[in-house]
Design a protein around this ligand. Structure first.
Ligand code: FE
Length: 284
């Protein structure tokens, strides 16, 4: 019999400062067995340019993937692979840092609403030093699946009802969906047993398990226990949330700023290489 996942925890995102002085909300930012392979989820949303103008000037990454999903606004991106361009509203940038990438992310507009998310996914030891890879996914490439029960899903990564998202061949088998439910609807979705899963609420409120004890609303992170599927229900209000799941790596995590490896020695080497100019292994 299919087991509906229970809620492990609910927590509100908290205000923090990143980059050169960007004010954002952090849903989580630590290695946790129930979130593995994911390390961090930042929610940046503000209509005050002072909160985002400083951006994220040149910095390195190694050992992880960073996934940026823009809801509103534009971000200029440049990196050591020679990629440069703008991430526009609705676009996704899926960057696999692997052995090392140096990049910057700066606002391309200096007024109005800027909102989006950055997710960090860890890489297993076997893939930490893989060649860096950069995928720029335009809004139009992201399929939208609608069910009879008034649920709309944007598939960034993963597969729903035979429709595959544009980002594939990621070693931790992640699923990344942006889901909007109408009021008075129910959403059931299978998630592989053993994979970790969480949702982050953007708008509205709803119930995230069978117990229906507590309506959960925006800026909350819901982490699930193991099981075969999740069930989410709405009543009087609509609901929009991100649903993210993936296969846990179960390895030691050594993490310093933008670099995530397995041991402190590897962290030390990465920073020495960055200082000595030997950090980038793959120049295209
Ligand atoms: Fe970065």
């Amino acid at each position: 019999m299919s087991e509906v996942r229970k809620i492990y925890s609910v927590q509100k995102s908290s205000a923090t400062m990143e980059g050169a002085g960007v004010r954002l909300k952090r849903a989580f930012g630590q290695a946790h067995p129930k979130l593995d392979p994911f390390l961090l989820l930042d929610d940046f949303g503000s209509d005050n340019p002072d909160d985002y103008l400083a951006g994220f000037p040149w910095h390195p990454h190694r050992g992880i993937e960073t996934i940026t999903y823009m809801l509103q606004g534009e971000v200029l991106h440049e990196d050591s692979l020679g990629n440069s361009g703008t991430i526009q509203s609705g676009d996704v940038q899926w960057m696999t840092a692997g052995s090392g990438i140096v990049h910057q992310e700066l606002p391309a507009r200096f007024e109005g609403l800027m909102s989006g998310f950055q997710l960090w996914a860890n890489l297993p030891a076997s893939h930490k030093m893989m060649d860096p890879r950069y995928r720029d996914v335009k809004k139009a490439e992201i399929p939208v699946v609608t069910t009879d029960d008034f649920v709309e899903m944007k598939i960034i990564c993963g597969e729903v009802k035979g429709v595959k998202g544009p980002v594939q061949d990621v070693v931790t088998e992640p699923e990344y969906l942006d889901i909007t439910m109408n009021h008075h609807s129910t959403f059931n979705h299978p998630i592989k047993r053993g994979h970790n899963a969480f949702t982050y609420i953007l708008e509205g409120e709803g119930y995230f398990d069978l117990k229906k004890k507590q309506k959960i609303n925006k800026k909350n992170l819901v982490i699930f226990e193991d099981g075969d599927e999740i069930q989410i229900t709405t009543e009087d209000s609509k609901l929009r949330f991100l649903l993210i799941s993936g296969k846990p790596i179960n390895e030691p995590v050594a993490w310093s700023g933008p670099i995530v490896m397995n041991t402190q020695e590897e962290i030390k080497v990465a920073f020495e290489e960055y200082r000595d100019g030997t950090f980038i292994k793959n120049q295209q």
